[in-house]
Design a protein around this ligand. Sequence first.
Ligand code: PXP
Length: 241
Amino acid sequence: MILGVNIDHVATLREARRGTEPDPVMAVSLAILGGADGITLHLREDRRHIKDRDLKILREIVPVELNLEMAATDEMVRIAASIKPDMVTLVPEKRQELTTEGGLDLIGQKTHLKEFIYRIHDSGIPVSLFINPHIMDVDISKELGADMVEIHTGLYSNAKGRKQEDELHRVTEAVKVADKVELKSNAGHGLNYNNVRKVAAIQGIRGLYIGHSIISRAVFVGIERAVREMKELIQEESQKR
Ligand code: PXP
């Protein structure tokens, strides 16, 4: 199972002073030393954290999978076509949100998404869709021509006790269906050092995409160690399967 590290949060800190530090480019080198199998960055329409400059430099220096998270807009498709990340993850984007709040509205945006997936494929880039853990959304993702899905684990991460088990079950069922229809499945959002094990234990998940908890721990122990500790947890669980 791969670990993709989301480095937007380093850029958020930089933008708190609109300066040059901490530089996400430096953070990425350390994350890779810590064992990151992939690097994710979300270029938002309002450029509130990651900038075009970050994406350009990272495309040149990142030797592992570079995952560009973006909204399905003309501007972003143009950028993806010129930068050529290793994959694109399409996410919904709202200006006011603190972070991506939910999966894509697949039913409401079927035609729009289908067209954008086609256009991104035209540049030779695989496409993942960030979806809610609903079986129907996995089926629609397949129908739209996506290569992968990333299943939203936010509800699982925020829930407790019995409710958390229910949410885990939803994620597990979505992964099973993805497997059946031959879609690769990833998961992410809200995963941390306490709740990651149960998701890492799900049979069939290709990778986990994690940002906030790793960068939070990195404030105390450094990025390299924070990534290594997360990677160890994930590997321990996935090797038990
Ligand atoms: N996956 C997607 C699609 C996201 O938008 C985010 C948040 O930027 C993450 C994963 C990582 O979430 P977190 O920062 O809560 O680990």
